[in-house]
Write a protein that binds this ligand. Structure first.
Ligand SMILES: Cc1cc2nc3c(=O)[nH]c(=O)nc-3n(C[C@H](O)[C@H](O)[C@H](O)COP(=O)(O)OP(=O)(O)OC[C@H]3O[C@@H](n4cnc5c(N)ncnc54)[C@H](O)[C@@H]3O)c2cc1C
Length: 378
């Protein structure tokens, strides 16, 4: 049986950022990912927006990690050749009632330490986004876009360079607490070829559960059954190339009042295409990306709110992603990230409910987890 200082379960952006942070300090770090490639879950099925930290209640983990993660993200991308663009973003009010809500968002953003916020009006909106209909908008200069796939790869590359062992097709099936360790039972291989599967075990001094949608199930391997993840699907469509001139950067509506989503937005990608989305719908299964997808007419209806010229004929279906929500259907948010040591097995650290802004927050979350790992190991 191999021994490890740290085993990280889950090779999404959060697991990879943690692998980078802990492998800079400890050797014998393993990152285990069940799929054939890193970052195939939410980490490559998102908007790729570098959020500013505007929306979240002051003092929450989401606010703190998003504001810190925003800066850490840009520094990391610049240092490791990860494509990004600091475009800025507008949150647009289209009615007088929405306009009053912008002031509340501005206050919250300032309380969270987001810099450079200001409210602009129709002429300034028009100068930035000539096709967008808005009475007023909150301008957020620190927001941007990043290649989330390249980001995941870069975190993993740095972690590997520092000595971390990164295994794909490695699914954690069992966690068995011992006196000074946790035995991690792994199934190695492609589950579609059962004859190729082998079982391995690693004796870990510290285990980090960064399993995204499955973090509740991984926590339950240690009998921690108090978490339940509800998958919430977000669907996207793309504006045809000929109409990509309609949007220049990031244009958002006011956020969902119950904290479920930031709303269907318009986004110029790093590839100069325009995405519309993501929608939000609870689904029953953690692999249901496609069943009953919304028609383009519905996206056009949602997008027209901000972009009146948008037509269903301008839209083609694109990818979808599943958010790992702790908020049950029908309940009101906001709900914070859970980043905690297991109360009964303190060698385990669980990260549960890492939904948006998890991509942005990952490098800051990783710093916190590295400090928690130090409490376990030192
Ligand atoms: C539609 C959508 C839009 C979003 N937009 C943004 C945005 O613009 N900006 C932003 O900051 N955030 C955004 N987010 C949130 C962000 O994408 C997530 O918070 C982030 O990707 C979560 O990363 P993760 O590593 O925790 O999860 P994941 O990427 O899901 O990674 C978890 C990994 O764990 C693996 N795993 C699970 N169980 C096991 C096991 N037993 N053994 C081994 N491996 C296992 C999975 O295969 C998976 O690869 C969005 C999310 C969605 C869904």
């Amino acid at each position: 049986m191999d021994t490890a200082n740290v085993v990280i379960i889950g090779g999404g952006v959060v697991g990879c950022a943690i692998a980078r942070a802990v492998s800079s300090r400890w050797d014998d770090v393993f990152l285990l990912e069940q799929t054939p490639k890193l970052g195939m879950g939410a980490s490559s099925r998102n908007s790729g927006v570098v959020h500013s930290g505007l929306y979240y209640p002051p003092g929450s983990q989401k606010a703190r990690h998003c504001v810190a993660g925003n800066q850490l993200m840009y520094e990391f991308c610049a240092a490791h050749n990860v494509p990004y663009r600091r475009t800025g973003k507008l949150v647009v009010a289209t009615t007088p009632e929405e306009e009053t809500k912008l002031a509340g968002l501005l206050e919250r953003g300032r309380a969270n330490g987001v810099e450079g916020l200001r409210i602009i009006h129709r002429p300034a909106i028009h100068a930035r986004e000539p096709h967008i209909a808005g009475l007023a908008a909150l301008e957020i200069p620190s927001a941007g876009v990043v290649s989330s796939e390249e980001l995941v790869k870069a975190y993993a590359r740095v972690a590997g360079g520092q000595g971390a062992s990164i295994l794909t097709h490695a699914r954690v099936k069992r966690l068995a607490p011992r006196k000074d360790s946790i035995a991690v039972g792994i199934e190695i291989g492609d589950p579609r070829q059962p004859e190729s599967l082998t079982e391995e075990s690693i004796e870990a001094r510290c285990v980090v559960n960064a399993a995204g949608l499955y973090s509740d199930e991984v926590a339950a391997l240690l009998d921690s059954t108090r978490y339940r993840i509800y998958p919430v699907r977000g669907e996207y469509c793309e504006v045809v190339r000929a109409k990509a001139y309609l949007v220049n950067a990031l244009v958002y509506p006011l956020p969902h009042p119950e904290g479920l989503t930031l709303g269907v937005h318009l986004m110029k990608t790093l590839w100069d295409t325009v995405l519309v989305g993501p929608t939000a719908r609870y689904v029953a299964e953690k692999n249901d990306y496609e069943r009953g997808r919304l028609p383009m007419e519905e996206f056009a209806r949602l997008g027209k709110h901000l972009l009146p010229e948008l037509q269903a004929a301008d839209l083609i279906p694109a990818y979808s992603g599943l958010r790992a929500k702790l908020l049950p259907p029908g309940a009101a948010g906001p709900v914070d990230f859970v980043i905690t040591r297991d109360p009964n097995h303190p060698r385990a650290i669980h990260l549960v409910g890492i939904d948006s802004p998890g991509l942005t927050a990952a490098p800051s979350i990783a710093q916190q987890v590295a400090a928690m790992v130090a409490e376990v190991l030192d």
